[in-house]
Write a protein that binds this ligand. Structure first.
Ligand code: NAP
Length: 249
Protein backbone atom coordinates (compact mmCIF):
# COMPACT_ATOMS: atom_id res chain seq x y z
CA UNK A 1 0.00 0.00 0.00
CA UNK A 2 1.33 3.48 -0.87
CA UNK A 3 0.30 5.68 2.02
CA UNK A 4 2.09 8.76 0.64
CA UNK A 5 1.53 8.39 -3.10
CA UNK A 6 2.61 11.57 -4.94
CA UNK A 7 3.11 13.50 -1.70
CA UNK A 8 5.96 15.98 -1.31
CA UNK A 9 7.72 15.73 2.04
CA UNK A 10 10.43 17.83 3.63
CA UNK A 11 12.49 16.07 6.31
CA UNK A 12 15.05 18.19 8.11
CA UNK A 13 18.03 16.19 9.35
CA UNK A 14 17.21 13.50 6.80
CA UNK A 15 20.84 12.54 6.22
CA UNK A 16 21.26 10.33 9.31
CA UNK A 17 19.54 8.16 11.89
CA UNK A 18 15.83 8.72 12.41
CA UNK A 19 15.43 11.31 9.64
CA UNK A 20 17.11 9.07 7.08
CA UNK A 21 14.89 6.12 8.06
CA UNK A 22 11.81 8.35 7.70
CA UNK A 23 13.01 9.52 4.27
CA UNK A 24 13.53 5.91 3.13
CA UNK A 25 10.11 4.84 4.39
CA UNK A 26 8.34 7.86 2.89
CA UNK A 27 9.88 7.18 -0.53
CA UNK A 28 8.93 3.50 -0.24
CA UNK A 29 5.35 4.70 0.37
CA UNK A 30 5.29 6.85 -2.78
CA UNK A 31 6.54 10.26 -1.63
CA UNK A 32 9.16 12.57 -3.08
CA UNK A 33 11.38 13.76 -0.23
CA UNK A 34 13.66 16.70 0.38
CA UNK A 35 16.25 16.04 3.06
CA UNK A 36 18.44 18.63 4.76
CA UNK A 37 21.49 18.76 6.99
CA UNK A 38 24.70 20.74 7.41
CA UNK A 39 27.12 18.13 6.00
CA UNK A 40 26.99 17.81 2.21
CA UNK A 41 28.89 14.49 2.19
CA UNK A 42 26.31 12.86 4.50
CA UNK A 43 23.50 14.23 2.34
CA UNK A 44 25.08 12.80 -0.81
CA UNK A 45 25.43 9.38 0.84
CA UNK A 46 21.82 9.50 2.03
CA UNK A 47 20.45 10.41 -1.39
CA UNK A 48 22.39 7.51 -2.91
CA UNK A 49 21.03 5.17 -0.23
CA UNK A 50 17.44 6.32 -0.71
CA UNK A 51 17.96 5.64 -4.40
CA UNK A 52 15.21 7.68 -6.10
CA UNK A 53 12.68 10.45 -5.48
CA UNK A 54 14.98 12.31 -3.09
CA UNK A 55 16.75 15.65 -3.26
CA UNK A 56 19.16 17.06 -0.70
CA UNK A 57 19.38 20.73 0.18
CA UNK A 58 22.35 21.57 2.39
CA UNK A 59 21.58 23.97 5.21
CA UNK A 60 21.54 24.76 8.90
CA UNK A 61 18.05 24.98 10.43
CA UNK A 62 19.22 27.66 12.84
CA UNK A 63 20.02 29.96 9.90
CA UNK A 64 16.87 31.54 8.53
CA UNK A 65 18.47 32.31 5.16
CA UNK A 66 19.20 28.58 4.73
CA UNK A 67 15.53 27.78 5.39
CA UNK A 68 14.50 30.41 2.82
CA UNK A 69 16.82 28.77 0.28
CA UNK A 70 15.39 25.32 1.05
CA UNK A 71 11.78 26.35 0.55
CA UNK A 72 12.60 28.45 -2.53
CA UNK A 73 13.99 25.30 -4.14
CA UNK A 74 11.02 23.16 -3.08
CA UNK A 75 8.62 25.81 -4.40
CA UNK A 76 10.43 26.02 -7.72
CA UNK A 77 10.65 22.26 -8.21
CA UNK A 78 7.41 20.95 -6.65
CA UNK A 79 5.32 24.00 -5.73
CA UNK A 80 4.11 22.60 -2.41
CA UNK A 81 4.83 20.71 0.80
CA UNK A 82 2.34 18.02 1.87
CA UNK A 83 4.24 16.60 4.83
CA UNK A 84 6.84 18.35 6.95
CA UNK A 85 8.96 16.38 9.41
CA UNK A 86 10.92 18.82 11.58
CA UNK A 87 13.53 16.39 12.84
CA UNK A 88 16.94 18.12 12.97
CA UNK A 89 18.40 18.13 16.45
CA UNK A 90 21.52 17.81 18.56
CA UNK A 91 22.43 16.62 22.04
CA UNK A 92 25.37 18.12 23.92
CA UNK A 93 25.19 16.67 27.44
CA UNK A 94 26.14 19.18 30.13
CA UNK A 95 25.00 19.65 33.69
CA UNK A 96 24.07 23.14 34.85
CA UNK A 97 27.52 23.44 36.44
CA UNK A 98 29.33 22.55 33.20
CA UNK A 99 27.11 24.59 30.91
CA UNK A 100 27.83 28.00 29.42
CA UNK A 101 26.05 30.54 27.24
CA UNK A 102 27.42 29.09 23.99
CA UNK A 103 26.10 25.61 24.88
CA UNK A 104 22.69 27.02 25.84
CA UNK A 105 22.38 29.15 22.70
CA UNK A 106 23.50 26.37 20.33
CA UNK A 107 21.06 23.81 21.78
CA UNK A 108 18.10 26.17 21.69
CA UNK A 109 19.09 27.68 18.31
CA UNK A 110 19.09 24.30 16.57
CA UNK A 111 16.46 22.31 18.46
CA UNK A 112 13.88 25.00 19.18
CA UNK A 113 14.44 28.14 17.10
CA UNK A 114 15.44 26.01 14.10
CA UNK A 115 12.27 23.93 14.35
CA UNK A 116 10.06 27.00 14.89
CA UNK A 117 11.21 28.69 11.69
CA UNK A 118 11.34 25.39 9.78
CA UNK A 119 7.58 25.26 10.34
CA UNK A 120 6.83 28.97 9.91
CA UNK A 121 8.61 29.12 6.56
CA UNK A 122 6.98 25.92 5.25
CA UNK A 123 3.45 27.17 5.84
CA UNK A 124 3.09 29.24 2.63
CA UNK A 125 3.67 26.00 0.71
CA UNK A 126 1.21 23.91 2.75
CA UNK A 127 -2.51 23.51 2.19
CA UNK A 128 -5.51 21.46 3.32
CA UNK A 129 -4.57 17.91 4.26
CA UNK A 130 -1.06 18.97 5.19
CA UNK A 131 0.62 17.21 8.07
CA UNK A 132 3.42 18.50 10.29
CA UNK A 133 5.37 16.06 12.46
CA UNK A 134 7.59 17.62 15.12
CA UNK A 135 10.32 15.32 16.44
CA UNK A 136 10.73 15.94 20.16
CA UNK A 137 11.86 13.33 22.72
CA UNK A 138 10.67 11.49 25.80
CA UNK A 139 13.41 13.54 27.49
CA UNK A 140 10.85 16.37 27.54
CA UNK A 141 8.99 14.57 30.35
CA UNK A 142 11.92 12.85 32.09
CA UNK A 143 14.69 14.13 34.32
CA UNK A 144 18.04 12.98 32.93
CA UNK A 145 21.14 14.56 34.49
CA UNK A 146 23.14 16.36 31.80
CA UNK A 147 20.10 16.77 29.56
CA UNK A 148 18.71 19.97 31.09
CA UNK A 149 18.89 22.16 27.99
CA UNK A 150 18.10 19.31 25.58
CA UNK A 151 15.00 18.25 27.51
CA UNK A 152 13.80 21.85 27.74
CA UNK A 153 14.17 22.37 23.98
CA UNK A 154 12.04 19.28 23.43
CA UNK A 155 9.39 20.37 25.96
CA UNK A 156 9.06 23.61 23.97
CA UNK A 157 8.43 21.57 20.83
CA UNK A 158 5.63 19.62 22.50
CA UNK A 159 4.10 22.97 23.49
CA UNK A 160 4.31 24.31 19.92
CA UNK A 161 2.26 21.35 18.68
CA UNK A 162 -0.59 22.34 20.98
CA UNK A 163 -0.68 25.99 19.91
CA UNK A 164 -0.15 25.31 16.22
CA UNK A 165 -2.93 22.70 16.16
CA UNK A 166 -5.37 25.52 16.91
CA UNK A 167 -3.60 28.21 14.88
CA UNK A 168 -3.58 26.05 11.73
CA UNK A 169 -6.93 24.29 12.03
CA UNK A 170 -8.76 26.63 9.61
CA UNK A 171 -6.11 25.83 7.00
CA UNK A 172 -6.67 22.07 7.43
CA UNK A 173 -3.10 21.43 8.53
CA UNK A 174 -2.56 18.94 11.36
CA UNK A 175 0.35 19.18 13.78
CA UNK A 176 1.57 16.34 16.00
CA UNK A 177 4.62 15.63 18.11
CA UNK A 178 6.58 12.40 17.82
CA UNK A 179 8.72 11.59 20.86
CA UNK A 180 11.32 8.87 20.44
CA UNK A 181 12.91 7.20 23.42
CA UNK A 182 16.54 6.08 23.12
CA UNK A 183 17.09 5.03 19.49
CA UNK A 184 20.36 3.56 18.25
CA UNK A 185 21.63 6.29 15.89
CA UNK A 186 24.84 8.31 15.46
CA UNK A 187 23.48 10.81 18.01
CA UNK A 188 24.55 8.29 20.68
CA UNK A 189 28.16 8.38 19.43
CA UNK A 190 28.07 12.19 19.39
CA UNK A 191 27.71 12.14 23.19
CA UNK A 192 30.97 10.26 23.91
CA UNK A 193 34.61 10.65 22.97
CA UNK A 194 35.34 6.91 22.73
CA UNK A 195 33.51 3.83 21.44
CA UNK A 196 33.49 2.41 24.99
CA UNK A 197 31.88 5.61 26.23
CA UNK A 198 29.18 5.40 23.56
CA UNK A 199 28.59 1.71 24.40
CA UNK A 200 28.14 2.69 28.04
CA UNK A 201 25.57 5.33 27.13
CA UNK A 202 23.69 2.78 25.01
CA UNK A 203 23.74 0.21 27.85
CA UNK A 204 22.57 2.69 30.47
CA UNK A 205 19.61 3.72 28.31
CA UNK A 206 18.69 0.12 27.42
CA UNK A 207 18.64 -0.71 31.15
CA UNK A 208 15.78 1.71 31.86
CA UNK A 209 13.56 0.78 28.89
CA UNK A 210 10.71 -1.61 29.79
CA UNK A 211 11.12 -3.50 26.48
CA UNK A 212 14.75 -4.11 27.47
CA UNK A 213 16.48 -2.65 24.42
CA UNK A 214 17.01 0.54 22.48
CA UNK A 215 14.73 1.34 19.59
CA UNK A 216 15.53 1.25 15.88
CA UNK A 217 15.16 4.20 13.52
CA UNK A 218 12.76 2.13 11.38
CA UNK A 219 10.42 1.83 14.37
CA UNK A 220 10.28 5.62 14.63
CA UNK A 221 9.82 5.89 10.86
CA UNK A 222 6.72 3.68 11.10
CA UNK A 223 5.18 6.13 13.56
CA UNK A 224 6.25 9.10 11.40
CA UNK A 225 4.49 7.44 8.46
CA UNK A 226 1.31 7.11 10.50
CA UNK A 227 1.36 10.75 11.66
CA UNK A 228 2.41 12.09 8.26
CA UNK A 229 -0.26 10.22 6.29
CA UNK A 230 -4.06 10.22 6.15
CA UNK A 231 -4.02 7.13 8.39
CA UNK A 232 -3.94 9.61 11.29
CA UNK A 233 -6.56 11.99 9.81
CA UNK A 234 -8.44 12.46 13.13
CA UNK A 235 -5.32 12.83 15.24
CA UNK A 236 -4.11 16.30 16.12
CA UNK A 237 -1.97 17.87 18.83
CA UNK A 238 -0.80 14.58 20.32
CA UNK A 239 2.58 13.48 21.60
CA UNK A 240 3.18 9.97 20.23
CA UNK A 241 5.89 8.22 22.21
CA UNK A 242 8.01 5.58 20.47
CA UNK A 243 10.04 4.69 23.51
CA UNK A 244 9.68 1.02 24.46
CA UNK A 245 7.61 2.25 27.40
CA UNK A 246 10.38 4.36 28.93
CA UNK A 247 8.27 7.38 29.77
CA UNK A 248 4.97 5.48 30.03
CA UNK A 249 5.25 3.15 33.04
N1 NAP B 1 18.33 8.84 18.82
C1 NAP B 1 17.66 9.06 19.91
O1 NAP B 1 17.81 8.35 20.93
C2 NAP B 1 16.65 10.17 19.98
C3 NAP B 1 15.73 10.16 21.03
C4 NAP B 1 14.79 11.16 21.12
C5 NAP B 1 14.76 12.17 20.17
N2 NAP B 1 15.66 12.16 19.15
C6 NAP B 1 15.59 13.26 18.19
O2 NAP B 1 15.48 12.75 16.88
C7 NAP B 1 16.06 13.66 15.96
C8 NAP B 1 17.03 12.91 15.06
O3 NAP B 1 18.06 12.36 15.88
P1 NAP B 1 18.96 11.12 15.43
O4 NAP B 1 19.07 10.24 16.59
O5 NAP B 1 18.50 10.58 14.13
O6 NAP B 1 20.39 11.86 15.29
P2 NAP B 1 21.48 11.88 14.15
O7 NAP B 1 21.67 10.54 13.56
O8 NAP B 1 22.64 12.59 14.77
O9 NAP B 1 20.82 12.82 13.04
C9 NAP B 1 20.62 14.18 13.25
C10 NAP B 1 20.29 14.84 11.93
O10 NAP B 1 20.03 16.24 12.17
C11 NAP B 1 20.90 17.00 11.33
N3 NAP B 1 21.20 18.26 11.97
C12 NAP B 1 21.80 18.47 13.18
N4 NAP B 1 21.95 19.77 13.40
C13 NAP B 1 21.43 20.41 12.31
C14 NAP B 1 21.31 21.76 11.94
N5 NAP B 1 21.76 22.76 12.70
N6 NAP B 1 20.70 22.05 10.75
C15 NAP B 1 20.26 21.06 9.95
N7 NAP B 1 20.36 19.77 10.25
C16 NAP B 1 20.95 19.46 11.42
C17 NAP B 1 22.13 16.11 11.13
O11 NAP B 1 22.90 16.47 9.99
P3 NAP B 1 24.19 17.44 10.12
O12 NAP B 1 24.90 17.06 11.40
O13 NAP B 1 24.96 17.19 8.88
O14 NAP B 1 23.64 18.83 10.19
C18 NAP B 1 21.46 14.76 10.94
O15 NAP B 1 20.95 14.64 9.64
C19 NAP B 1 16.71 14.76 16.80
O16 NAP B 1 15.85 15.87 16.87
C20 NAP B 1 16.84 14.11 18.17
O17 NAP B 1 16.84 15.05 19.21
C21 NAP B 1 16.60 11.19 19.04
Amino acid sequence: MSYLKNKVAVITGGSSGIGLAIAQRYVAEGAFVYITGRRQAELDKAVALIGSNANAVQGDVSKLEDLDRLYAQVKKEKGRVDVLVANSGIVDPKTIDDSDEAHYDKTFDINTKGLYFTVQKALPLMGRGGSIVLVASVASTKAIPGYGTYSATKAAIRSFSRTWTLELKERGIRVNTLSPGPIDTPIMDSQATTKEGADQIRASFAAVIPLGRMGRSEEVAAAALFLGSEESSFIAGIDLAVDGGMAQV
